[in-house]
Structures are given as C-alpha cells and as structure tokens.
Design a protein around this ligand. Structure first.
Ligand code: TXA
Ligand code: MG
Length: 342
C-alpha cells in the first residue's frame, strides 16, 4: 500500500479513505493520532494490528464537540460541561460511561466507559467533520516507541502500512493529552494521565481538588488507564535523566569514559558539555514548554542518528505544571534511571 501525505488541498481524499475503512494519521496539538472510523470494527482492529497495541488498551474517540458525544454516553458527570467549555478544543480527554453497544468492545477494551477528546487542530476538525463519524486515534507510533510529533515520524513508523498521513506540521505541545476520569458522576474526577491541562487548572475551573498524582493502586488492582502499565516512549537507545545542575559532572564523566552519548537539553545545560564526539539535540530554549515540545522528536532524532549512540542523556525539569507531564514521559523513557557521577 502506498502511504500518501495528505494536505489541506487533499483533505477530502483523506476523509474518503477513513469512510472506506482505511487508516489515516492526523495532526493534533499534542501528538499525531492514527485515525480510523470509530464505528467500523474492522478498521479499528487494524489500528491495533499495525501499532502492535495490546487489545486491552482502549482508544480515544476524537470528536468535533460535546454534541457528537451525547449519542454515545449514558450519563454525564455534572462537571463534564464545565471542563469541556474550559478546555475543548484542547489537550483534555474525558472518560465517560458508555451507552450499551454504542461502540465495539474493540474500541473500549471491554470497559463500560469510553474516552473522548476534541483536538485543537483546524485540519483535523475539518477531517472529522467531512468523514461524518467519530475517529479513534491512539498516538500514531509503533507501540512502545516515542510518540510522533511530525508527519515524518508517522511515515517512519507506518510507510506502506496505512493509507496516509494528513500533514499539519509539527505539533505544538509534544506530549499526549491529559486524561480525566469523569465516569462516576458521584465522585471527584481523577487524572489518569498527566498532560498540558494540569490538576491546578482543572481544580480552578471545577472548584474541586483535582491532583496530578495518579491514584495509588491497591495490591493487585489494575491501573485505571490500561495504557499506563505498558512500556512507553522508549527509543532503542538507553535513556538516562540528568538534573540541570549536574551537567558539569556529566561533562567530566563523558570526557573520562569511552561512551558515545547523545544529549537532549536546553541551551544553558548543553553549553556546559564539552564533547569530542557524539550528538546534541538542543531545545529551542530553557523553558519547560520547549523541552516538552522537543522531547519525543529529540529521542527519535538521536536514536536514528549516524553516531550509533550508547546512551541518550536528557535534562530533567521541575515536576509541577507542564513539568509534571514532561517528567511523567521522561521517567518512563528512562525507566527511572538518573545520572550520578560518584
Ligand atoms: O493527545 C492524545 O491523547 C493523543 C492524540 C492523538 O489525541 N492520543 C493518545 O492516545 O495519546 P493513546 O491511545 O496513545 O492513549 C490513550 C490513553 C491510554 O493510556 C489508554 O489506556 C487511556 O487513554 N484510555 C482510553 N480509554 C480509556 C478508558 N475508557 N478508561 C481509562 N483509560 C482509557
Ligand atoms: Mg500512545
């Protein structure tokens, strides 16, 4: 299958492909999604197949607004309207109780709930409208690898395996949406996956205490967002986290040891490193926004680079606000490993 790069000029071809049951990746403000008609079970099965995604990991259904959600859900948490008014279109996914039989169990992973999100990207909103159906969209990467933030990343993973990718440029945020559980109308909403819409922001707009901390699990309890238990965001090359104030130490270590290292950091930390060989992927600036936007593309770039690296060192950020989501992804990519030189 030849995989096409669709643009705004060929958007209706992309919509037709979706209507015919084919897979088309689409841009959002977070990461690219791998789209299929959410009402076409065969198409949705193919999404799992080409990604290599475990079948118990449910998908997010992308819509053009809350009106498109009402047909499918049995009950709305009283806060749904408020959070949707505040953050849609945007990087917020809401989990709601599903009307019996509204979606195939392939979409929901057999759960009695379903995840909805209205992405903030004009091309994708136009695509969903033209397709006329809700569109499932997990991140458009092979399962376990860093999520895609450009159409090229999608083509790298899926050339000849999907009908095409709608090219909307590099994504603005760089990590996936915040997932909030609104499936129990009687309880305080819980964040299942941190993202750019933080617990602080959600607490402000709902007047409830919504924390970024994922809910602690008891004993053998399964995580509420099934995706959170799987290996994630990992390039082939080993990843190690480094605190900003340890970059002098890192420089000393690299000049002592024979190690082919890549570095992902802001300009201030990167400037402390003297490297004879190896590769540096620098964020545009030292802000957490730039770091978040560049994390996955940095991991992909260094993983692919000619230098055949032994390890990629990545600068950490403080764990609050967007930094909480950034560190959530980085810790998984690094399997919690942090640099110390002693
Ligand atoms: O930003 C995003 O959310 C991107 C773009 C493409 O929209 N999509 C994305 O999808 O990250 P995915 O499939 O990679 O992640 C979906 C997450 C998984 O952790 C999954 O387990 C969780 O949402 N999820 C989906 N449906 C759920 C449900 N009914 N209950 C609990 N968690 C659910
Ligand atoms: Mg994903």
């Amino acid at each position: 299958m030849e995989t096409k790069r669709f643009t705004s000029d060929t958007l209706s071809q992309a919509a037709t492909a979706l209507k015919e049951g084919q897979l088309v990746a689409f841009p959002t403000e977070t990461v690219y999604g791998l789209g299929a008609n959410a009402l076409d079970e065969t198409a949705v099965k193919q999404v799992f197949q080409v990604k290599g995604r475990p079948s118990d990991n449910p998908l997010i259904v992308h819509v053009t607004g809350l009106e498109q959600v009402r047909d499918y859900v049995s009950e709305m948490h009283p806060l749904t309207q408020a959070v949707v008014d505040a953050y849609w279109p945007g990087p917020l996914t809401v989990i709601l109780p599903i009307k019996e039989g509204a979606f195939s169990s392939v979409v929901t992973g057999g759960l009695k709930t379903v995840a909805f999100r209205m992405p903030d990207h004009p091309l994708t909103l136009a695509l969903i409208k033209e397709a006329g159906v809700p569109i499932v969209g997990p991140s458009a990467n092979l399962s376990g690898t860093p999520s895609p933030t450009t159409a090229d990343h999608v083509l790298h993973d899926f050339t000849n395996k999907i009908a095409g990718v709608l090219d909307g440029g590099a994504t603005k945020i760089g990590v996936e949406s915040t997932v909030i559980d609104l499936s129990d109308a009687t309880s305080t909403p819980v964040i299942l996956r941190p993202g750019a819409i933080t617990g602080e922001m959600l607490s402000d707009s709902t007047h409830m205490n919504i924390t970024n901390e994922p809910v602690a699990l008891k004993g053998t309890e399964a995580p509420k967002a099934p995706g959170m238990k799987y290996k994630h965001y990992s390039p082939q090359t080993k990843v190690i986290m480094v605190d900003s104030h340890d970059f002098d130490q890192l420089s000393a270590y690299l000049n002592e040891k024979e190690v082919r290292a890549g570095i992902i950091a802001g300009p201030t930390a990167a400037a402390k490193v003297r490297m004879e060989a190896g590769a540096i992927f620098m964020y545009q600036n030292d802000t957490v926004e730039a770091a978040t936007k560049g994390l996955f593309s940095g991991l992909r770039a260094l993983d692919e680079c000619q230098a055949d690296l032994d390890v990629i060192f990545v600068e950490t950020k403080e764990e609050h606000g967007l930094g909480y989501a950034y560190m959530n992804r980085l810790k998984k990519a690094a399997d919690q490993q942090k640099f110390t030189n002693n």
